[in-house]
Design a protein around this ligand. Structure first.
Ligand code: PLP
Length: 276
């Protein structure tokens, strides 16, 4: 079952008009909310970010927090899986003709649940590879917009290289991954790009900083260069569906001789305490 514009229906019965501005222009925003043991994880943070995205693109929120909670919990209850990933999308709505400008429209709201299968500790402990790409995205990467063309191209290129992620570089600095935030450990200090318009402020990013802090790791929300990354001790990526996973190879360069680092193991363990 999925939710579409006020109704819970079978996915194969869910349709939107071709005049939907999400379809025509990618004119919409979205959220991905993890669910552990049938409980929404950090729902407040996700709904706050959704509200910020909606405000940034001037779409009026169709529901208040309690209404969202009720609808999303209903979707959670329809799934047979205890751990889920909730995808929630709001587009500006459907007009009468294709035009860049718009009048007031009713947003189209779509929610679905997918099983959440983050890597097991054993799988994650093997380490993953990443490629690097120049970050050519627009200047409002803080908005969780459904316009993801650049991210899609990067992710497909990563797949073609059998890599877990494409790490994006802007003015020689690592911004984030195509679908994740990026962290570097060097000399015992954790670095990650500061929030702002150049990255999506990941909810998992906040949790990783919270976990690192609990593990007494020094944190610097400073951008780092590609050379810093290649000569660093540990590189990690984080997202709601992947949690925090170590990157041990970037392009053709091994990080820490291809070994997963000790800081990751501690932070990973702490993160799992939060999700349990
Ligand atoms: N950055 C980008 C570009 C993303 O697409 C994502 C997640 O999809 C993230 C960061 C991580 O965000 P979160 O931890 O909230 O899932």
């Amino acid at each position: 079952m999925v939710f579409l514009n006020g109704k819970f229906i079978a996915k194969n019965q869910a349709f939107v008009p071709v005049m939907d501005r999400g379809f025509l222009f990618g004119d919409g925003v979205y959220e991905v909310i993890p669910v552990y043991n049938r409980k929404l994880f950090r729902l407040d943070a996700h709904l706050n970010r959704l509200q910020e995205s909606l405000n940034s693109v001037a779409i009026k929120s169709p529901y208040n927090v309690n209404e969202w909670l009720e609808i999303i919990n209903q979707i959670v209850s329809y799934s047979e899986h205890d751990n889920q990933s909730i995808y929630l999308q709001i587009t500006r709505g459907s007009g009468t003709k294709r035009a860049h400008t718009y009048n007031e429209l009713n947003p189209n709201i779509y929610i679905e649940s997918n099983p959440l299968h983050p890597r097991s500790q054993k799988e994650a402990s093997e380490g993953f590879s990443a490629i690097t790409r120049e970050d050519i995205r627009w200047g409002r990467c803080d908005i969780k917009s459904t316009s993801l063309l650049a991210n899609i191209l990067y992710t497909q290129q990563a797949k073609q290289h059998s890599a877990e992620e494409a790490i994006l570089i802007k003015n020689n600095k690592v911004t984030e991954g195509a679908t994740s935030n990026v962290f570097l450990i060097t000399g015992g200090t954790l670095y990650t790009h500061p929030t702002g318009t150049e990255i999506l402020s990941g909810i998992t990013r906040d949790l990783i900083l919270e976990s690192a802090n609990s593990c007494d790791i020094i944190i610097k929300e400073n951008a780092f260069t590609i050379d810093d990354m290649l000569s660093g001790d540990e590189v990690w990526i984080s997202s709601s569906t992947r949690e925090v996973i170590p990157i041990t190879k970037v392009d053709h360069n091994l990080i820490n001789n291809g070994e997963v680092g000790e800081h990751w193991k501690r932070v990973y363990k702490h993160y799992h305490k939060l999700t349990n």
